[in-house]
Design a binder for this molecule. Structure first.
Ligand SMILES: Nc1ncnc2c1ncn2[C@@H]1O[C@H](COP(=O)(O)OP(=O)(O)OP(=O)(O)O)[C@@H](O)[C@H]1O
Length: 310
C-alpha cells in the first residue's frame, strides 16, 4: 500500500507536484498516467526517497521508504533503466545489489531467468539494447521479492513480446497480492494491464478511479447497429434522449440507449438486425479528454493545426 497525503514538490518557483492525495492498493495494478511534465516521475522519486517532499508525506506499507530496514525487500523500483554501472555484467550488477541486502546468488539466478536475461547475463551492461536494459531494471526491482513494485515506463523500448511479458508479469505480481504502480504513455497497453488509474495533470490528481469508470467518464457509450431498414429503425429509436448517426458503412451509431433496449425496439417493430454491438470508448479517448487542459508541452504541429482551424 502506498499512501500520499498533501504530497508536494517545488523546484524554485515551479510546483512539480501540488498537494496530491492518493492510495495505491495491494492486489491490483494501478496505472499512473499524465502528460509529459505532469509530475509522475517526481512523485515516484518521492515515494522511494530520491526526492524530498517540500510538503506532505508519502508512505509505503505505513512507513517512509528510508525507514524500512531493507528497502529492496519492501519496494522494488524501476525508475531509470539506464542508471546502471555500464562496465559490469548484468549478473555482477545484480549480485552487487543483492549483497547490500543479504540476498543470495540463487535469487539472482532466479530473477535473471524470470526476466529472460540468461543469454546476456555475463555480458557488460554497457552494450545492452534499451529493451535488455529494461529487463535488467525489472530484474533489479524483483530482486528482494518485494510486496510493492514501482515501475516507471517499464515497457519503454521493449518489443511486442517484451511488452506482453511485462503485462503478464505485473498482472501475476498483483494477483499474488502485491501493490503495483506502473507508469506508461501507451494507453492501449495500460488499458489491458491496469485495474485502476490515477491521472496527474500539472502536478494535481485529475482522476483516480477503476479503468472502466475512467473510460465511462469520457462520454456516453455508443451502440453500433446494422439493420436491413436503417431508416425505419432510426425512426423507431427516435426520442429526445437518443442520438442516431450514420457510420460510413451504413451502420447506425446510437447513443442514449442500451443494446438490449435497441434490440427490443427493433423486435417490436419487426425490424431485422444484422449487428448490435456496444462500443465502449477507449482509455486513450478518456485520457485525452481528461488531460486536454493539462498539457504543458504541446507539439508545434498541433498548435499549427489548431491555428489553421480557427
Ligand atoms: N530536478 C528538477 N529541477 C527542476 N524542475 C524539475 C526537476 N525535476 C522535474 N522538474 C519539473 O517538474 C515537472 C514534473 O516533472 P516529472 O519528470 O515528474 O514529470 P513526468 O510526469 O514524469 O513527465 P514525463 O512523462 O515526461 O516523464 C516538470 O515541469 C519538470 O520540468
Amino acid at each position: 500500500m502506498i499512501e500520499a497525503q498533501g504530497l508536494t514538490k517545488r523546484y524554485g518557483p515551479k510546483t512539480a507536484v501540488d498537494s496530491v492525495d492518493f492510495m495505491v492498493r495491494p492486489g491490483m495494478v494501478t496505472g499512473f498516467l499524465g502528460p509529459n511534465g505532469a509530475g509522475k516521475s517526481t512523485t515516484m522519486r518521492m515515494i522511494v526517497g530520491l526526492d524530498r517532499p517540500s510538503a506532505g508525506t508519502v508512505t509505503v506499507n505505513g512507513s517512509h521508504y528510508a525507514e524500512h530496514a531493507a528497502p529492496l525487500r519492501e519496494v522494488g523500483v524501476l525508475l531509470d533503466a539506464k542508471a546502471v554501472h555500464t562496465g559490469r555484467t548484468a549478473e555482477n550488477h545484480l549480485r552487487a545489489m543483492a549483497a547490500t541486502h543479504g540476498i543470495g546468488r540463487s535469487r539472482v539466478r532466479e530473477v535473471i531467468g524470470m526476466t529472460g536475461l540468461d543469454p546476456v547475463a555475463r555480458k557488460r551492461v554497457g552494450g545492452f539494447s534499451l529493451g535488455m536494459g529494461q529487463r535488467l531494471g525489472i530484474a533489479a526491482a524483483l530482486l528482494g521479492d518485494p510486496a510493492t513494485l514501482i515501475l516507471d515506463e517499464p515497457v519503454n523500448g521493449l518489443d511486442p513480446e517484451g511488452v506482453r511479458w511485462v503485462r503478464t508479469l505485473v498482472r501475476a505480481l498483483a494477483a499474488e497480492g502485491r501493490t503495483v504502480l506502473l507508469s506508461s504513455h501507451l494507453m492501449s497497453e495500460m488499458s489491458q494491464t491496469a485495474d485502476h488509474i490515477i491521472v496527474l495533470g500539472r502536478g494535481k490528481v485529475v482522476a483516480d478511479a477503476p479503468v472502466a469508470d475512467i473510460i465511462a467518464m469520457a462520454g456516453a457509450a455508443t451502440v453500433r447497429v446494422r439493420s436491413t431498414d436503417p431508416e425505419a429503425l432510426s425512426a423507431a429509436l427516435s426520442s429526445p434522449a437518443v442520438t442516431v448517426t450514420r457510420a460510413e458503412d451504413g451502420a447506425l451509431l446510437v447513443t442514449g440507449s442500451s443494446a438490449p433496449d435497441i434490440g427490443e425496439t427493433a423486435a417490436r417493430h419487426s425490424l431485422v438486425l444484422h449487428e448490435l454491438t456496444p462500443v465502449s470508448g477507449s482509455l486513450e479517448d478518456a485520457y485525452l479528454s481528461l488531460t486536454q487542459d493539462e498539457v504543458e508541452y504541446r507539439s508545434a504541429g498541433q498548435n499549427i493545426a489548431e491555428g489553421a482551424n480557427r
